[in-house]
Design a protein around this ligand. Structure first.
Ligand code: HXC
Length: 290
């Protein structure tokens, strides 16, 4: 279980307790380790939420637990939704509006990732990640657009820093997240005149998350030593960035990428001692994939 929030967040954070009272957030990937904590912060600060995911049990359980953080909070979990399929997303939006009344904020957080070198990355594997991360983000805005327009809403895409430089074993995710940043830029320009703001958060190494358990480089020096701020990030760091971007304090901020990584990408990020040996090793395998 990653670091989750409790009521002490409201006392310790820099934010006003009822900052998001009356607002509703729609979150894809909302039961995952990062997006769940984004949801918790918003709910603790007064919002109601719809948590969208593929796994029914995990999504419904997360919604129940998040709802218990604030008396009176309404949090619904909608499982069996794949962001690659726009119709199921549309039904989730309809259900959210029916049960919670509106959507003000959207977090496009559903993502897929695994480590694979190019030789073993099939065309279908590449497409799966592009479809979840990029097409899924597009679909999410498509189905919430009417609500965003009506409520002059705001969007956060969960991006990454992997495409700022060349990260081996992450061709698929780097390409997908570069697309997400481009989607954000273009939509910020196109939807700004309608009063809709869209930004990205690019998390770095966030401790206790699924991403880190999948991606942390094997062996070598402790990761903290390679991060300028000398620690791994926390899910609270991402929650705080989320609250800022949705709050009135960011009302003049759109089309931006807020990197929350302790400065890690500036010094070569996840590129560990394993490079280039792991790549040479993977390419000795004659059984690559198409
Ligand atoms: C090589 C792999 C693979 C691996 C899957 N594939 N895992 N190839 N190495 N480790 C290939 C499969 O063989 C298949 O290709 C293709 O990917 C699709 O796989 P499926 O399992 O059929 O697809 P699907 O069920 O859609 O799964 C999607 C997935 C999976 C992305 C592949 O990993 C997934 O669902 N992950 C769960 C969510 C997740 O990853 N969360 C982490 C988010 S962290 P073939 O050719 O065999 O058909 C994150 C951090 C971002 O995103 C960066 C932060 C720094």
């Amino acid at each position: 279980m990653p670091n989750t929030l409790d009521h002490s967040y409201v006392q310790k954070s820099s934010w006003k307790p009822n900052l998001f009272a009356g607002k509703v957030v729609f979150i894809t990937g909302g039961a995952g380790s990062i997006c769940r904590v984004q949801a918790e912060a918003l709910v603790l600060l007064g919002a109601n939420a719809a948590i969208i995911g593929r796994n029914v049990e995990k999504t419904e359980a997360a919604a129940k637990e998040i709802a218990s953080l604030r008396p009176g909070a309404k949090v619904i979990g909608i499982g069996a939704v794949d962001v690659r399929k726009i119709q199921s997303l549309k039904e989730a939006v309809d259900k959210t509006v029916q049960e919670l009344g509106r959507i003000d904020y959207v977090i496009a957080g559903a993502a897929g990732n695994f480590l694979s070198d190019f030789n073993h990355l099939s065309s279908n594997a590449f497409k799966s990640v592009i479809d979840i991360d990029l097409l899924g983000s597009f679909n999410t805005i498509k189905v919430t657009f009417d609500q965003l327009r009506k409520n002059k809403g705001s969007v956060i895409f969960v991006s990454a820093t992997l495409h700022y430089y060349g990260v081996p074993m992450q061709t698929h995710v780097g390409a997908a997240k570069a697309g997400v940043d481009a989607l954000c830029n273009a939509l910020a320009v196109e939807l700004g005149p309608l009063g809709i703001r869209l930004n990205c958060i690019a998390p770095g190494a966030i401790a206790g998350t699924e991403g880190m358990s999948r991606l942390a480089p094997p062996g070598g020096e402790p990761l903290e030593k390679k991060i300028p701020l000398q620690r791994q990030g926390t899910t609270t760091d991402i929650a705080d960035a989320t609250v800022y971007l949705f709050s009135p304090a960011a009302s003049y901020v759109t089309g931006d990428v807020l990197v929350v990584d302790g400065g890690m990408w500036q010094v070569g990020g996840l590129m560990g001692d394993f490079y280039p040996n792991i790549i040479i090793h993977q390419n000795e395998d004659p059984e690559g994939k198409l």
